[in-house]
Structures are given as C-alpha cells and as structure tokens.
Ligand binder design. Structure first.
Ligand code: S3P
Length: 433
C-alpha cells in the first residue's frame, strides 16, 4: 500500500517504549488565548498548543484587536484591555467548536459592534442553540442560521442569570462565565456532572473572582482581567492515544513529563487502572491552579480486562472514548459505552465512524444511539480507515492499527493536526517494530 500526503500507513508494533513531553493542553490554550486577548497587558505563554484549533483562537483575538507574537510554542498576547474592536471580516473559527462557543460568550457583552463567527463544513453542522438560548436569556442579541453557524452577535449590555446546563458541556459553561464577566449582577452556572474546570481556573488566574460549590460556579460582572505568565501543561487528551497504546503491549514502558493532570480531565487514568494497566504519578505540582505531573504507564502482562462506561463517566471521558473504543477488541471482556450521545455531534458522528472503522478492520461491534458494545478477545486485520476529517478518529485508529495483523491506511490523517500535529512522528518514536 502507498500513502499520499493526506494518508498515513501504520505498521503493527511489537512494543511501546519511551518518554514524551507533549505540547500544551488544547482546552487550557484556548482559554488562555481568549482571556489573554481581552485582558490588560502582555500575557506570555510557553508550551502553547501546536494544534490548528488553538491557532484559530489566537487568530480571532488578533482580528479583534489583540497583538500576537508567536515563536514556536511560545506566544505573547497583548490584550485589548477589555474592549474588542469589531472586525470587518467574519471571525473564522476553523474546525474549533471551543473557539466558536467560548468566544461567543466573550463577545456577547462587547457593546462595540457586530461580530460574525464562521467555521468550516464540520463546525457549521454542529449545534449552537446550546449557547444561543442561555446567552439570549442574558439579553444578548445573537442570531444563528438554522441552529448553526454563522453566528451573528450584536454586542449588548447583559444581565446575569442563574442557569442549569441541560447537557454537560464545559464549552457552554465557560461561554456563560465569560459572558458573566461583562453582565450586570452575578451569573451562576449549575451542572449535574462537573465538567472540565479550566475556564474557572483560567478566569481566576487572570484575576477574576469566582466562587464555586460542588455543582455551581458564580462570577460577578464588571471585573477586569490582567495578563498572566504561564506554561501550559501537556495535553492529557493527546497523551490518551499513547497511554492506550502502551496499555496494549505487555512489557511496554512509557513516561510523560509535565502532563496536565487536572482531576476533571484525568478519568482516563482511573479507567486504564481498572482495565489492569499500571499507572504511576510522580512530581505533582500546580501551575496557575492546574495540576501537572509525571505519568508512567506499564501494561499488565495478562492483557487488559474490560469495562463499562456510562453516566457521568461518559461525560468526563468524552474526548477519550474513541480511542478506548478502538482498543476495545483487544481487551479480554470488551468495552461497553452508554450515555455518550454527545459523541454524535463532535467534529464527526464519532459513534458511527468508530463502528464503521472497527468493522472495516474485521471487528464485531454493536452500535446504539448513545454508545457502542465492543466485545473483547477479537483479532483485527489491517484495513483502509476513513477518519472523516476528524482528528480523534485518525489517531484512535492509528492505535488500533498497532495491534492489527497487516498494515492499516489512515485516510484523512492530516486532520490529526487539528489538535496534535506531532502525533505521527511521536508514534514512530515510541512504537518498536
Ligand atoms: C472542551 C469541552 C468538550 C470537549 C472539547 C473541549 C472544552 O466539549 O469535547 O474537545 O475545552 O471545554 P463540550 O463542551 O461540547 O462537551
């Protein structure tokens, strides 16, 4: 088989060994970029995400009046000191739902003009009513096109609300907290499942006063932000692909330095432990309230067991479910996933694509509206995989390919650069063949 520029041929591996320091967390990089863009002063970030998504956030705040200088993974953002300027051109959010949803919250209260947010074909299909509805309750003037982008926002004075999110979403929570910064009164967001809290921690780092209880977060309006200096922790959702790969090969040994270990993100480590993998965590410290540490993973000699993931766990593992599903056939008892309907409205319909691609590799799999049943004890063969333009599908099946018989061709492999451009190079570095 021969791979073109948008394809990647993955050979099976014998083992996974090595030590990695990963580019900065995507969720944290977005939030630092957006808040740095609005803050007063020069925000200096190191180990900023190298993904195209976070570059979209930087480009948007630049178009809104922030100054950006970038040197590799180091970024300096001179913020707009509380007042964005409405650009003549639409704000292009690319493939990034995080940019579009969180920036909408930040722009809703900017009474300086009208803002149009657009995205690529995938982003233009994704649901935006989930931010329009609560922002409109705050008196924002925000229009969608059939529930989707383009989004048009006429900045307006906002009123605080007390809102319970109907579906767990850190992007929606963060959008509302960002809008709350500029609203009159105190905005409270309540959620039934505690989603990732990088928005709260970033607001605090930039000097905002935020109060939290177990299920709610409140922010008073009228607060201004000041610039920060920060090193972005390594991205645990990018590490997930390598953690799962290492967990598959008895004799593996993989170490990650400076990895983000925020407890609202680290559920994968518990799942891998429950599957029998050995996970060691060392050198814990906090940086701007974000937990960072060294992680070591070794596979169990007898292979991974199996598990069922549902309820709150599905929400907390949402970005890691594709790779967990992709390694499901190699476990002893399989992996069952439920309550994960949100996977259908990500960059692709991830339930459908995971099922189709597992079947292409010869696996048995059952698909449900809200999940998948993947029996264990299966042998997969190399196949042609369609990533459907979705970075996490391209990377998840590159991991399954390591344990298949024969080579696997990943079509749409270039999409990995949305979150993790270094993925294939690092995979070649740690995979022993
Ligand atoms: C993210 C939240 C999640 C996640 C996405 C990043 C964030 O999306 O899937 O990759 O940074 O807040 P939802 O808020 O739609 O669940």
């Amino acid at each position: 088989m021969h791979a073109t520029a948008t394809e990647r041929l993955i050979h099976p591996a014998r083992n996974i060994q090595g030590s990695l320091r990963l580019p900065g967390d995507k969720s944290i990089s977005h939030r630092y970029a957006l808040l740095g863009g609005l803050a007063e002063g020069a925000t200096r970030l190191t180990n900023f995400s190298t993904g195209a998504d976070c570059a979209s956030s930087l480009a948007c705040v630049k178009a809104l009046g922030a100054q950006i200088t970038r040197d590799g993974n180091s970024v300096e953002i001179t913020g707009a000191a509380g007042h964005f300027t409405a650009p003549k051109q639409p704000l292009d959010c690319g493939n990034s739902g995080s940019t579009m949803r969180m920036l909408s919250g930040l722009l809703a209260g900017q009474a300086t003009g009208a803002f149009t947010l657009t995205g690529d074909a995938s982003l233009s299909r994704r649901p935006m009513e989930r931010i329009r509805k609560p922002l409109a309750q705050m008196d924002a003037n925000i229009d969608l096109t059939d529930g989707h982008a383009p989004i048009v926002i006429h900045g307006a004075p906002l009123t605080a609300i007390d809102y319970t999110t109907p579906i767990p979403s850190a992007q929606v929570k963060t959008a509302l907290l960002f809008a709350g910064l500029e609203a009159q009164g105190t905005t409270t967001v309540r959620e039934s499942v505690r989603t990732r809290d990088h928005g709260e921690l970033a607001l605090r780092a930039f000097g905002a006063n935020i109060t939290r209880t177990k299920n709610s977060v409140s922010i008073a309006g009228g607060q201004s932000l000041h610039a920060i200096e920060a090193a972005v922790p390594g991205d645990l959702s990018s590490a997930a692909f390598f953690l799962c790969a290492a967990a598959l090969f008895p004799g593996s040994n993989l170490i990650f330095d400076d990895l983000g270990l925020n407890p609202t993100r680290a559920t994968l480590l518990d799942v891998l432990t429950a599957l029998g993998a050995h996970i060691g965590v060392l050198n814990l410290e906090t940086k701007n309230d974000e937990l960072v540490g060294t992680v070591q993973v070794n596979a169990p000699p007898q292979g991974l067991t199996g598990t069922a993931i549902s309820g709150a766990l599905s929400a907390q593992l949402i970005d890691e479910l594709p790779v967990l599903a992709a390694i499901g056939p190699f476990t002893q008892n399989g992996i069952r996933i439920r309550d994960a309907q949100e996977l259908r409205v990500k960059e692709s319909d991830r339930i459908a694509l995971v099922a189709a691609n597992l079947r292409a590799m010869g696996a048995e799999v059952e698909e449900f509206d809200d999940g998948l049943d993947i029996p264990g004890g299966q042998t997969l063969h190399g196949a042609t995989i369609d990533a459907g333009g979705d970075h996490r599908i391209a990377m998840a099946f590159s991991i399954a390919a390591l344990r298949a018989t024969g080579d696997t061709l990943i079509r749409g492999a270039e999409s990995a650069a949305i979150s993790f451009p270094e993925f294939f190079d690092l995979l070649d570095r740690v995979a022993e063949r």
